[in-house]
Structures are given as structure tokens and as C-alpha cells.
Design a protein around this ligand. Structure first.
Ligand SMILES: Nc1nc2c(ncn2[C@@H]2O[C@H](COP(=O)(O)OP(=O)(O)O)[C@@H](O)[C@H]2O)c(=O)[nH]1
Ligand SMILES: [Mg+2]
Length: 396
């Protein structure tokens, strides 16, 4: 490709990479690059430290947040007795700038609290999540003090609530669950008050029941962390388990759709060798694939949502009907283009079985990748995501 572009959004080098990704059918890679650039527009890395004693459920929690099952390749190792001595960072799958750091367990023999604080360098992190599996310990108190010293904020999580309920059951105690949960919550709030944290945020969760107890509230309130640090993009990192989260994602994505629209015009119609369309179309398709990923519409994300909801993935697939969900490669795009070549594109009313792609091609073929088709496509995807959430978790 001799033709160069004046795009200031992508560097020449990135543009070359983008083109070669499109050439080799690596639309997934192209879509990642687009996401990275979008995030760079208003973000730097956001580092969340997940800390607490060994066995409290840190690894499992990180896997849930990343929508990984513990046996998934690349998932944090859980339940192991191996003692790690370094923090391990896990990049969020949707938000490339968010890292969840699993800190080693505090208080282990080789890790007394003082040494821990020195080694862990709390100043490196933007936010903390402390996880406890039973009582509020001396080590928890030391972590809180260290966070305060660095003027950072934290959430306090009490994990394994499912276990508490099982214990009640086995004891044969007739208890009102809500009351028992309140007791546990109040206990932690009191403990944190004693550490001079005026209104601590405490969540009672089970990593195995992500739609019960405080997990949904935790998911909903996590964006506040970013909001407070002016990084609203964080909402993209949350699993789409509620309609509210989907709506927030739509809002964020919509604000950034304009960037692709501009981008597609800037990149102009550089032809893809051997194919009757240009890179700007590929870039827009890659951008939309990325939207799909953020909205949890990719096949693998649907599977994870289905696992979280304990429902067969077919139930979700039957309501999520977007052509972008499947594998999109050059052949797919070529087929679509052939289909739309038969239409009178001046009618600008793409009908047929692939309305989303249709909109893009109509716009692309007329060399104006305008805001509207992308924005309409985003609406369509959001509606799909909403149907998926309803099928998985109901409407509440
Ligand atoms: N019942 C129950 N078990 C959990 C929960 N979270 C984690 N576990 C289990 O607790 C053990 C320790 O969890 P892990 O995530 O490795 O803890 P870490 O040492 O803090 O990283 C593992 O066997 C997990 O399966 C939970 O919410 N409920
Ligand atoms: Mg661990």
C-alpha cells in the first residue's frame, strides 16, 4: 500500500499494523488495537489491588471479575497452597487499561504485615479490594491503615457467604437469612469504624453465586470507583449481568462511536488488495466487533454469562440475534458485500438478513462512514445484550 494517510488518531506504524491485520484476517487483533486507542483517549492504566489473607478467595474473585472459570487457561490459580511473593497482574479482557492485581496473602509465615506493606508498595495502586473469609483480623486492620496512609479508597468484601448459610442449615438453626446477613455486615462496618473509616463499603458475596447477596450491588457500584477517578470507561469491564450495566456500556460506547466515524473518514478508502472494498469498512467492522465484546455478545462471553446464571447457553443464543456474534472474517465481509452489491445502495435503506452490516456497507460504499449507521448498529447490539441479560438473569 503506497498510499499514506493523514490520520492523527493512529500513528503510521499502527495504521500499517491495522492494515496487515485486516489483510491476514486478524480482525480480532484490529479490534483490540481500536479499543486500546479509544481507551488511551481518556485513560491511563487503572490498577486495582485485591488483597487479604491467604485462602480468602482473591484468585476466585479475580476470575469471576474476568469472567473466567478457575480451570480456564490464563485464570488465576485458586485453592493452591503455593505461596506467591509477588503481586500478579491480570488484565481485564474488555478494558485493556484495567489491571486486577492479586497481592500475596498477608500474614503468611514469610510475610508478616510489616514486611508485606513495604514490599507491596501500596502507592502503586489506584484502588483496593480487601477480601476476608471469616472475621476481621489484625492483618485486615493493618491493610486498612496502610491504605489510609496513602489516601486511597477501598471496598471491603466478605466472601464465602454461601458457606455461612450452609453452616446455619447444618446447625439446624431456624434463622432469618436477611437478619443474619445484616449481623455479619454490621460486624464488619463496626470493625472498620474502629479503624476510623466513617462509612465503609462492605459487600457480602459468594464467588459461586454472582447474582445473589451483594454481588449485583458490588457490580453496580464498581463504576463509581472510576467515576470518582474520572475513568467512567471502567463500566466496560463489568460482566453484563444487569440492564443498568448494559445501559451504561451503551452510553460510554456511544460517546466514542464518533471517533470511529471520524477515523473511517480520515483513513479514507484505501482498497484492500484483491477485495472490492476498503480498509475503512474493515476498521468499522472491527470497531463493532469490539462493541460486541464489550457488551458480552461474543460467543465465549455468552457462554460465561450462561455459566454465571446457571442456564444453558442455548437460552441466551436464542434471543441474541446479531450476525456480528459469529466469526467475522474477510469471507464473511465479502459475502455481505456481494449481497449488498445487488441492492440499489442509493436507497440507503438496507434490508435483508444482516441489517447491521448492511448499514455499514451502505455508508462505506458511499465513502462516508458517518456517525448514524454505527450508532444505529450500537443500538441494535445493545438491544441484543439486553435480551441476553433478561434471558440469563431475568429483568430485575
Ligand atoms: N464456598 C466458597 N468457596 C470459595 C469462595 N471463594 C473462593 N472459594 C474457595 O476458597 C478456596 C481459596 O480460594 P482462592 O481464590 O484460591 O483464595 P486466595 O488464596 O485468596 O487467592 C478455593 O478452594 C476456592 O474455591 C466463595 O465465595 N464461596
Ligand atoms: Mg490466590
Amino acid at each position: 500500500m503506497a498510499q499514506s494517510s493523514n490520520s492523527s488518531f493512529f500513528s503510521e506504524e499502527e495504521l500499517d499494523k491495522l492494515k496487515s491485520d485486516c489483510k491476514t484476517d486478524e480482525l480480532g487483533a484490529a479490534s483490540l488495537l481500536i479499543q486500546k486507542k479509544l481507551e488511551e483517549l481518556d485513560n491511563k492504566d487503572f490498577n486495582i489491588a485485591v488483597t487479604g489473607e491467604s485462602g480468602s478467595g482473591k484468585s476466585t474473585f479475580i476470575n469471576v471479575m474476568r469472567r473466567f472459570q478457575s480451570n480456564h487457561e490464563g485464570a488465576a490459580k485458586t485453592g493452591n497452597t503455593l505461596t506467591t511473593t509477588e503481586p500478579i497482574g491480570y488484565r481485564h479482557p474488555n478494558l485493556l487499561f484495567v489491571y486486577l492485581w492479586e497481592l500475596p496473602g498477608i500474614g503468611a509465615k514469610h510475610f508478616p504485615a510489616d514486611k508485606y506493606m513495604k514490599k507491596m508498595e501500596f502507592k502503586r495502586y489506584d484502588f483496593f479490594i480487601i477480601i476476608s473469609r471469616s472475621r476481621f483480623t489484625e492483618n485486615d486492620a493493618k491493610i486498612v491503615k496502610e491504605i489510609k496512609k496513602h489516601q486511597k479508597n477501598f471496598y471491603f468484601i466478605r466472601s464465602k457467604i454461601d458457606g455461612d448459610l450452609n453452616t446455619f442449615e447444618m446447625d439446624g438453626k431456624k434463622v432469618k437469612i436477611a437478619e443474619e446477613l445484616d449481623k455479619i455486615r454490621n460486624y464488619f462496618v463496626d470493625s472498620l469504624n474502629k479503624e476510623v473509616i466513617a462509612s465503609p463499603t462492605v459487600f457480602l458475596i459468594s464467588n459461586f453465586k454472582v447474582n445473589e447477596f451483594d454481588f449485583p450491588t458490588l457490580n453496580k457500584s464498581l463504576p463509581d470507583i472510576i467515576k470518582n477517578s474520572e475513568k467512567e470507561v471502567f463500566v466496560l469491564s463489568l460482566p453484563s449481568t444487569t440492564l443498568e450495566i448494559v445501559e451504561k456500556k451503551r452510553k460510554w460506547l456511544r460517546e466514542h462511536v464518533g471517533v470511529w466515524a471520524t477515523l473511517s473518514i480520515t483513513v479514507r478508502a484505501i482498497p484492500v488488495p484483491g477485495l472490492p472494498f476498503s480498509y475503512n469498512i474493515m476498521i468499522s467492522v472491527a470497531g463493532l466487533i469490539n462493541c460486541c465484546k464489550c457488551l458480552d455478545l461474543a460467543v465465549t462471553s455468552l457462554q460465561r454469562l450462561a455459566n454465571m446464571a446457571g442456564k444453558p447457553v442455548e437460552e441466551l443464543k436464542s434471543v441474541v440475534k446479531t450476525p456480528l456474534m459469529g466469526e467475522i472474517n474477510k469471507e464473511f465481509v465479502r459475502q455481505m458485500l456481494l449481497h449488498f452489491n445487488h441492492l440499489d445502495i442509493s436507497v440507503a435503506e438496507p434490508v435483508g438478513f444482516f441489517p447491521i452490516i448492511g448499514l455499514i456497507f451502505v455508508a462505506g460504499l458511499s465513502f462516508y462512514m458517518s456517525y448514524k449507521p454505527l450508532s444505529d448498529a450500537l443500538d441494535d447490539l445493545t438491544e441484543n445484550a439486553q435480551r441476553g441479560v433478561k434471558a440469563a438473569f431475568g429483568t430485575d
